[in-house]
Design a protein. Structure first.
Length: 710
């Protein structure tokens, strides 16, 4: 009995008769199977994608993510009749995710198939489209009778003219039966083309709208409260960062209203041009306000000068972009504005962290606030791109992020205000301390000036007194010699021929004596004036005190003889040579000797001695006069001093002699003092530097002057 062949074995009778090898035949069979498999998968995928969206009575909200089919009309010339034609159906391709085409001049056709599962499902549905900035949106619904319904929306249509006045473009779709229905959307916009669609049942739409209204009310309430709060702060403190933050809060609120579709809904329902340009305009304005606030609030000008210049450059770019967007050319600059905003956000994070690390803790708050806002924007973007499923968090991410940013920045402002208060308190304390110190200094200056004025008044009074004394002394002292001269002159004139020669000679001597007396008085007055004004020109040369004393003492022979006074000289064996003016030294000796003679009683002695003491040449004049009291000694060397003792023979005293002696001795670097007791006479001692000592003293003075000038 023959065994049958296994089925896995190929019967050669079935092999091709064209002579192809078995191996090639098997390879072609494999290719054919793979091609059939791919075609089957593609067909199944096409059927799955193009399958109608099933609607049931339990469907309240349905995200139309990856539910559309897409065709891009690059010439933007096709009509609904063109794209709805049966032979055009194959041109539509499945859309994965949401429509995102950036900036394009094309018109985008979206096809959506809808079908009620049963008659219990709602008949009317609402399709909500975001975002709000799309220019032209048209919805087409073909009917079984061959007609087509058309509905229009977009930001170039006044809000008051919309069929459904909702913050986002919304259309009503009626599905009367359980058959499959097709709707078409035509999208065209000069702004970035992006579309996210949501299908709502009427009840779900109403509930969501109510919740959204409540959430938006809370959001706008927070923003308005922050704006009012910051307005009060800016008015009170007048700080530029507060003003910039107020502008940032206002522009952020406007941006939020624009994103949420409330500009056209509440502010400009009949101004579509404003709604159209607002998204492109508000973005660079927000960037400008953010940059101004950051540079002022974080004090970048002083803390980070290079970064400050970068932000200033971006501010100029933002301002220019705002002007261009206002002129209607937002579609030309929008990509660059987005890139600029991205760069600014990237810079804000490290700058705020560096400021916080440097001790400005508000930098950390700015970092957290910027992070919160950035997370909100990122979640909104990811939702729109279909990267995450829509949720409450993604739907309200921008509002939550911007509200947190405003609140955190308000806290940062409060912290900055506290810092400003502390700085202001410190500044006020410093100003108060400076004011008190200035007041004390002013009091000290006033006291000093008052004291100086009092001293000046005292000096003026003293000068006035001295002037009166001078006039009195001059009038008194000059009166007697003048009277004598006038009287003697008249007698000589009247009795010239009658007077004997001896008497005439006596009168002439009296006239001469009176003239010399007047000359002596005038000379003393002139010397005093020259000494006080510094106009007395003195020589500095070698002067032998022995010789000067001998010359001066010879002049008083007659006066000594008249009062029977004895002059006792005591001199050193060696010459005593000082550096001074010879005439001044002679005048100094003359005043002391005449003073001793003037106050010495009859028959007494006067001692004159010349010696050396240390590095000084010393002259001593001692008399046996009445002596001086302590009170007299206190005013002994002052001008016009009238002492208690009076000249013993009625001699004249001007009160200037000892003053001149003191001044002259001081001019040469010397000194004078008096030793006296009442009834014991007086001893006047004058010390003048010796020649060698005087030269050394002069050299030391010159060195000191050179050091001070150096």
């Amino acid at each position: 009995m023959k065994r049958s062949r296994p089925q896995s074995v190929t019967d050669r009778s079935n092999l091709p008769q064209n002579g192809l090898p078995l191996k090639m035949f098997l390879r072609q069979s494999t290719y054919l199977r793979i091609s059939l498999l791919l075609a089957l998968c593609l067909l199944l995928s096409q059927q799955l994608v193009s399958a109608a969206v099933k609607l049931s009575d339990k469907t309240g909200k349905l995200a139309l993510h990856s539910k559309f089919e897409l065709f891009e009309d690059k010439q933007a010339q096709l009509t609904i009749n063109d794209v709805a034609a049966p032979d055009f159906s194959s041109q539509f391709q499945p859309l994965s995710g949401n429509l995102s085409a950036s900036y394009s001049k094309s018109a985008f056709w979206l096809r959506l198939k809808l079908q009620r599962e049963n008659l219990s499902a709602p008949q009317q549905w609402l399709i909500e489209l975001t975002p709000v900035m799309l220019d032209d949106i048209q919805l087409y619904i073909p009917k079984k009778d061959g007609t087509t319904e058309r509905h229009k929306a977009g930001d170039r249509i006044p809000f008051s003219a919309l069929e459904i006045q909702h913050r986002f473009p919304t259309f009503l779709i009626d599905i009367p039966d359980t058959d499959e229905h097709v709707v078409y959307l035509r999208i065209q916009s000069t702004s970035s083309v992006f579309l996210r669609a949501t299908l709502w049942s009427p009840i779900g739409f109403a509930e969501e709208s109510n919740l959204t209204s409540n959430m938006m009310g809370i959001y706008y309430g927070i923003m308005l409260a922050m704006i009012v709060y910051n307005l009060m702060l800016a008015t009170s403190y007048r700080d530029m960062s507060l003003l910039f933050y107020l502008l940032l809060s206002v522009t952020t609120l406007i941006a939020g209203m624009s994103v949420n579709g409330h500009i056209g809904m509440y502010i400009a329902p009949d101004w579509p041009w404003l709604v159209d340009i607002m998204p492109g305009l508000i973005s660079p304005v927000v960037m400008l306000c953010t940059s101004l606030f950051m540079t002022s609030f974080l004090r970048l000008k002083t803390g980070m000068p290079k970064m400050y210049r970068i932000f200033r450059f971006m501010q100029l770019l933002s301002a220019a972009a705002s002007i261009i967007a206002l002129m209607g050319y937002n579609h030309l600059i929008a990509p660059y504005v987005q890139s600029l905003g991205f760069v600014q956000i990237i810079l804000i994070f490290p700058v705020s962290l560096i400021c916080g690390w440097r001790g400005n803790r508000t930098g950390y708050i700015v970092f957290i606030a910027s992070t919160a806002w950035m997370i909100g924007v990122l979640m909104l973007t990811m939702r729109n791109l279909g990267l995450v499923e829509p949720s409450r968090l993604t739907d309200y991410g921008f509002q939550v992020g911007s509200a947190l940013e405003v609140i955190l920045l308000a806290l940062a402002q409060a912290d900055r205000i506290n810092l400003l208060k502390r700085e202001r308190a410190q500044a006020q304390a410093q100003l108060l301390a400076m004011s008190q110190r200035s007041e004390q200094e002013l009091d000290a200056i006033v006291k000093q000036r008052t004291s100086e004025l009092a001293d000046a008044v005292t000096r003026l009074q003293k000068l006035d007194k001295e002037k009166n004394e001078f006039l009195g002394i001059a009038a008194h002292d000059l009166k007697n010699p003048l009277t004598s001269i006038i009287g003697m002159s008249d007698l000589l004139h009247k009795l010239d021929k009658q007077l004997p020669e001896v008497q005439r000679h006596q009168y002439l001597e009296r006239i001469s004596h009176s003239g010399q007396r007047m000359m002596h008085i005038i000379t003393n007055l002139l010397d005093v004036n020259a000494l006080e004004t510094g106009h007395l020109h003195l020589k500095h040369e070698a002067v032998d005190l022995h010789q000067v004393l001998a010359d001066v003492s010879q002049q008083y022979g007659d006066m000594l003889l008249a009062k029977e006074l004895k002059l006792v000289l005591s001199t050193a064996t060696d010459p005593v040579v000082v550096k001074a003016d010879p005439d001044a030294v002679a005048q100094l000796f003359d005043n002391l000797i005449s003073n001793a003679i003037k106050y010495s009683p009859l028959g007494k002695s006067i001692w004159l001695s010349i010696s050396t003491y240390q590095d000084m040449g010393r002259l001593q004049v001692r008399d046996e006069g009445p002596g001086l009291s302590k009170q007299d000694q206190a005013h002994l060397f002052e001008k016009f001093t009238r002492l208690s003792p009076i000249p013993t023979a009625g001699e004249h005293s001007s009160g200037l002699g000892l003053f001149i002696v003191k001044k002259l001795s001081e001019v040469f670097g010397g000194r004078i003092h008096c030793d006296s007791e009442i009834g014991q006479g007086c001893t006047f001692t004058v010390d003048i530097p010796l020649m060698m000592a005087a030269e050394m003293l002069a050299d030391s003075a010159n060195d000191a002057i050179a050091y001070n000038h150096g």
